[in-house]
Design a protein around this ligand. Structure first.
Ligand SMILES: NC(=O)c1ccc[n+]([C@@H]2O[C@H](COP(=O)([O-])OP(=O)(O)OC[C@H]3O[C@@H](n4cnc5c(N)ncnc54)[C@H](OP(=O)(O)O)[C@@H]3O)[C@@H](O)[C@H]2O)c1
Length: 678
C-alpha cells in the first residue's frame, strides 16, 4: 500500500513504487484539483487507486472518523506515532506566511498559529517599521527574544556580527543587541577601522527602528568578564536570550610553521570562547533560546594552511552536537561559506579568489546566509552542525582525490554523475541538450525555467510566474534562490551567482545569461575541440535589464560587469546613470566597449558599475556619495581606488564628491580618476 500526499513528479514516482496487486491511496488535493494526468502504463500491475477526501469522509461517515481519531490518539499516547518535526510557530498576524509555507510544497512538519490570550497584545499587519516580527521564522525570533531579550554577539564588531545585527533589527524586529569586542568603543570608532562604515549604518538603523545596540569591552576568552556580563544583563528587563559566537582570530599557518603560541591564539577565540559561553549559560541558568556558533566550510576541505582554524571549528561542531544530543540544550554550529558583502573573506579578496579558483567555491550573500541560519535553527534537533555552501561541482570533482574524507569525495562523485557534468554538451537530458540541438531557442530556457520556478514557489499555475518581473518581487526568497541556483547548474552546467538571482533577475534575464553562455561554450567547444578555463566572465549587461526591486545585500547599487580570477587584480568602478525605465544611459555602452579593449591587458582588471539615479537633488549629493562609498568599500575595502565617470555629467559630480570624501573623511588619497568624453 502506498499512501501518498506528494504531488507533481513525486506523485508519479510514488506510483512507480506499487507492487503487483498494490493499492495506491491518494489523500493529497493538489493533483486532483489540478487535473494531473497519469500514465496508464504505470498502473499496469493490476493495482487499485483510491482517492480519499478526509473532509467529505468526516461529513458523511462520522463513525469511521471518530474510531480512527480515537485509535490515533491511543497510538500517540503509546508513542507509536510521533508528530512530524519541525513545528514552526507563527503569530496570529502571520497567518498569511503560515499558509504560504504550507503551500510551498517544500516544508516539512507543522505550521502552527499561536493563539494569544486576551491579555496579550495582538500585532496585526506587523511591519518592520513597527518593530514587530515580519517573517515566518519564530523558531529563532519569538517575542521573548525580539522584544524582551538581548542577543549577545561575541566578535560583534566583526563583519558578520555587524551585518547580522543590522539584519536582525531591520528585518526581524530585534530590540536589544550587545556586541562584545576586545577593543574600546573609541578604538572602534576610528574611520580607519574597516568596519567603521558598517558601524555607522548599524547606528543609523538602530535609531530608525528604535533598537539599542551596546558595545562592551569583553574578551570572550575571559571567564569572569563573560560571566559578569551575562549576570548583569540577567538583572535587566532584557536578559540574554540568544547568543551568537562569532569571534575569530584568523591567522593561517601551515603545519610546519605552527607554534604553541600561534595555536593557542587561534584556538582561544573559538574553543575557549565557546566553552566559556557553555559553562556560563549553565551557571547563570540563562534561559537562552538560541546558541549559534560560526564554523566554516574550510574545515570540510583539505586546507593545510588552516590547521588551527579548522581545529577550532571542529570543536564548535562537536560542542553543538554534545549540547544538543547529550544535554538537549539549544546549539547550532553552522559551517559558513565565503560570505559576500562583509567579513573576513570579504576583506581578504586574495584568499577568496584562491578559494573560488582552486576549490570552486562561490560567494553567498549575507542575507541568504542569515536566512539559512534561521532555517537551520528551526531544525537544530535534526541537524546541529549544518554546512552552507555554493560550489562549482565541476571544480570540486576535479580535485575529488584531494578531499579530506572518502565520504566527501563519494558525495562529489555521486553529485557529478547525477548532474552529468562531464559531458553536459552531448548527453544531458536537460536544457543544455535542447539548446545544443537548437542554439537559438531562448524560449525553451524561459519555458523550462518558468516551470521550475513555479514549482519552487508553489504556484498553482505556471502562468502566475511572470517572465519579465524580478523573481524576488514574486516571492523568491534566498532558500528558493538556492534551489534555483542548483537547478540551473544541474540543467545547464551554468551557475548564476546567488547574489545576481537575489538582486532582481527576472526569468528573461536568467535566460539571456544562460543562453549566451551556452552559445559561448558551444562555440569554444567547436573551435578548440576541448574546454579551456576562461580567465574572465563577462556578462553583457546590455541585454540585461536589472530591476529596482532587490533584497538587501549591502551592495544594492553595484553590479559586477567583469570579474577576474586572478588574485589581487585591480578593480575599476564605473559610475553610470540608470534611467527611469531601468536601462542605462550612453555612458554605459561606452564602458562596455572599453572593457572589451581591456581584456587584452596583461593584468586583468575587474569592473564594477555603480548605478546612480538619474536626478539626484543637489542637497543630497553628499549623502548619496557617502552611500556609494560604503557600497564600493564592501566590494573593495581598501584603496587605491579607480573611478571612471562621464565628463560634464551628473556622474562626474558624484565621482568628485566621492573622491573628496575619500580624501577628507577616510584619508584615502590614492584614487585614480578617469573621465570619459562623449
Ligand atoms: N566571513 C566569512 O566569509 C566567513 C566564512 C566562514 C566562516 N566564518 C566565521 O564567521 C565568524 C565571523 O567571521 P567575520 O568574517 O565576521 O570575522 P571578522 O570580521 O574577522 O571578525 C571577528 C571578530 O572577532 C573578534 N574577536 C577575536 N577574538 C576575540 C575575543 N577573544 N573576544 C571577543 N572578540 C574577539 C574580533 O574583534 P575585536 O578585535 O574587536 O575583539 C573581530 O572583530 C568567524 O567565526 C569565522 O570563522 C566567516
Amino acid at each position: 500500500v502506498v499512501i501518498n500526499s506528494l504531488s507533481g513528479p513525486l506523485l508519479k514516482q510514488s506510483i512507480k513504487l506499487l507492487a503487483y496487486h498494490g493499492h495506491f491511496v491518494e489523500w493529497g488535493k493538489r493533483d486532483v484539483f489540478d487535473r494531473t494526468a497519469l500514465s496508464m502504463f504505470d498502473l499496469r500491475s493490476d493495482c487499485s487507486i483510491h482517492v480519499i477526501d478526509l473532509i467529505s469522509l468526516s461529513d458523511k461517515q462520522q463513525d469511521i472518523c471518530t474510531d480512527m481519531l480515537e485509535e490515533m490518539v491511543q497510538l500517540f499516547i503509546q508513542k507509536k506515532l510521533k508528530p512530524i518535526e519541525p513545528t514552526v510557530i507563527y503569530e496570529p498576524s502571520q497567518v498569511k506566511e503560515a499558509f504560504l509555507r504550507c503551500n510551498s510544497g517544500q516544508a516539512m512538519g507543522k505550521s502552527v498559529v499561536r493563539l494569544t490570550n486576551s491579555s496579550e497584545p495582538l500585532y496585526v499587519n506587523s511591519k518592520p517599521s513597527t518593530g514587530h516580527l515580519s517573517t515566518d521564522n519564530h523558531a529563532m525570533f519569538p517575542l521573548e527574544v525580539c522584544q524582551q531579550g538581548t542577543v549577545l554577539i561575541s566578535g560583534g564588531f566583526g563583519g558578520l556580527g555587524l551585518t547580522m545585527s543590522r539584519w536582525m533589527i531591520e528585518k526581524r524586529g530585534v530590540k536589544h543587541v550587545t556586541l562584545m569586542s576586545r577593543r574600546t568603543l573609541i578604538e572602534l570608532e576610528q574611520a580607519s577601522n574597516p568596519q567603521y562604515d558598517d558601524w555607522l549604518k548599524l547606528k543609523q538603523i538602530s535609531k530608525t527602528y528604535d533598537a539599542h545596540v551596546d558595545v562592551v569591552q569583553v574578551d570572550v576568552t575571559n571567564f569572569d568578564q563573560v560571566h559578569d556580563l551575562i549576570e548583569r544583563l540577567s538583572q535587566t528587563s532584557h536578559p540574554v536570550r540568544g547568543i551568537i559566537h562569532s569571534a575569530v582570530v584568523a591567522e593561517d599557518r601551515s603545519l610546519g610553521n605552527l607554534t604553541q603560541e600561534h595555536l593557542a591564539r587561534v584556538l582561544a577565540a573559538k574553543v575557549h570562547g565557546a566553552w566559556i559561553f557553555h559553562q556560563v549559560i549553565q551557571l547563570t541558568h540563562a534561559s537562552i533560546h538560541f546558541f549559534i556558533m560560526f564554523s566554516s566550510i574550510r574545515n570540510h576541505l583539505l586546507e593545510l594552511a588552516a590547521a588551527s582554524y579548522n581545529a577550532g571549528n571542529q570543536f564548535l561542531d562537536a560542542l553543538a552536537h554534545y549540547r544538543m544530543t547529550e544535554l538537549n540544550l539549544p546549539a547550532l554550529s553552522v559551517s559558513l561559506p565565503a560570505v559576500s558583502g562583509a567579513g573576513m573573506f570579504h576583506r581578504h579578496r586574495d584568499v577568496l579568489t584562491s578559494l573560488q579558483l582552486t576549490q570552486g567555491f562561490e560567494l553567498v550573500p549575507t542575507v541568504a546566509v542569515f536566512e539559512l541560519i534561521e532555517h537551520f535553527q528551526a531544525n537544530q534537533t535534526m541537524c546541529p552542525c549544518p554546512v552552507i555552501f555554493a560550489v562549482s561541482w565541476q571544480t570540486l570533482y576535479q580535485r575529488r582525490h584531494k578531499l579530506p574524507t572518502f565520504h566527501l569525495s563519494k558525495i562529489v562523485e555521486e553529485r557529478h554523475a547525477a548532474m552529468n557534468l562531464s559531458n553536459t554538451s552531448s548527453t544531458s537530458s536537460g536544457i543544455n541538450s535542447t539548446i545544443d540541438s537548437n542554439l537559438n531557442q531562448k524560449e525553451v530556457i524561459i519555458e523550462r525555467t518558468q516551470t521550475a520556478v513555479s514549482r519552487l514557489l508553489g504556484a498553482t499555475n505556471v502562468d502566475r510566474i511572470l517572465v519579465d518581473r524580478p523573481l524576488v518581487s514574486q516571492g523568491m526568497d534566498s532558500l528558493a534562490a538556492l534551489s534555483l541556483y542548483n537547478w540551473l547548474g544541474q540543467e545547464t552546467g551554468i551557475f548564476i551567482p546567488l547574489a545576481d538571482l537575489l538582486q532582481g533577475f527576472s526569468i528573461e534575464t536568467i535566460a539571456t545569461v544562460v543562453h549566451k553562455k551556452l552559445n559561448e561554450r558551444h562555440e569554444t567547444v567547436s573551435i578548440t575541440n576541448g574546454g579551456q578555463d576562461m580567465r574572465t566572465d563577462v556578462v553583457d549587461e546590455n541585454e540585461i535589464i536589472p530591476s529596482n526591486t532587490s533584497t538587501y545585500t549591502g551592495t544594492e547599487n553595484i553590479i559586477c560587469l567583469q570579474r577576474t580570477h586572478v588574485s589581487g587584480s585591480p578593480i575599476r568602478f564605473c559610475i553610470a546613470e540608470k534611467s527611469t525605465n531601468n536601462t542605462y544611459g550612453p555612458s554605459f555602452a561606452l564602458f562596455i566597449s572599453n572593457i572589451d579593449g581591456q581584456q587584452t591587458e596583461e593584468i586583468p582588471v575587474a569592473t564594477y558599475v555603480i548605478q546612480i539615479s538619474s536626478m539626484i537633488p543637489l542637497a543630497t549629493i553628499s549623502t548619496y556619495a557617502q552611500d556609494m562609498i560604503t557600497q564600493m568599500r564592501r566590494v573593495q575595502p581598501r584603496g587605491p581606488y579607480q573611478l571612471v565617470a562621464m565628463r560634464n555629467k551628473q556622474e562626474e559630480v558624484i565621482a568628485r564628491e566621492m573622491i573628496r570624501q575619500l580624501k577628507d573623511h577616510l584619508v584615502i588619497n590614492d584614487v585614480q580618476f578617469l573621465l570619459l568624453d562623449d
